[in-house]
Write a protein that binds this ligand. Structure first.
Ligand SMILES: Nc1ncnc2c1ncn2[C@@H]1O[C@H](COP(=O)(O)OP(=O)(O)OP(=O)(O)O)[C@@H](O)[C@H]1O
Ligand SMILES: [Mg+2]
Length: 175
């Protein structure tokens, strides 16, 4: 089974994918580790996606893996299931603030989540709708269980996430 876990930074990809790969007994590919090991990020942390695709081309010969990373929505990997983790912007803001992100970086990331960036991008990259999982209010274990259930049931849809209300509130003048 080839499983992709993507989503905005801080939505829980690493922690959830680690547990998932352990429970399923299949290897975990951490895309961030590949980027660092192969020094694929530039001075402004921008990643050369062509080089990343080539660094991940070994996946073509693999039958089973969980590949996790925000960039999995940009680079087309072999996939049976593509999950996009979603997290309520309020919760996400708290998580990213803990990382001491600069204000602009924090806002860009929150905006990306509210605009469904990874979902839209995944749909374009993989040419099919990904399975969105709303992790808000769920434990990591519950998220993993939901993913396993969706795989077993070969689901084509999971949650339907819409943060347009949060986006409107965020953009309101004088908020
Ligand atoms: N469902 C959850 N419930 C509670 N805490 C969570 C949940 N999911 C993730 N977290 C916490 O949120 C933080 C971010 O999680 P994680 O590092 O897995 O995110 P990520 O999506 O891999 O981020 P990045 O894209 O930056 O690598 C961690 O401290 C993690 O413990
Ligand atoms: Mg991570």
């Amino acid at each position: 089974m080839r499983i992709i876990i993507t989503g905005s930074p801080g939505t829980g990809k690493t922690i959830i994918a680690e547990k998932l790969s352990k429970q399923l007994g299949i290897p975990l590919i951490d895309i961030k580790k590949v980027v660092n090991k192969r020094k694929l990020a530039g001075k402004r942390h921008e990643v050369d996606l062509k080089r990343l695709a080539s660094a991940l081309s070994f996946l073509k010969s693999k039958k089973d893996f969980v590949a996790e990373g925000h960039l999995a929505c940009e680079v087309r990997l072999p996939a049976d299931f593509v999950f996009v983790l979603r997290t309520n912007p309020k919760t996400l803001k708290k998580r990213l603030a803990k990382r001491r992100y600069a204000k602009r970086k924090l806002e860009e990331n929150l905006m990306a989540e509210m605009l469904d960036y990874c979902t839209q991008r995944s749909e374009k990259t993989y040419r099919k709708k990904p399975l969105e999982l709303d992790t808000s209010g769920l434990t990591v274990a519950a998220c993993v269980s939901k993913i396993i259930k969706a795989i077993k049931q070969k689901k084509k849809r999971l949650d339907s996430v819409d943060y347009s209300g949060e986006l409107r509130a965020y953009l309101r003048p004088g908020r």
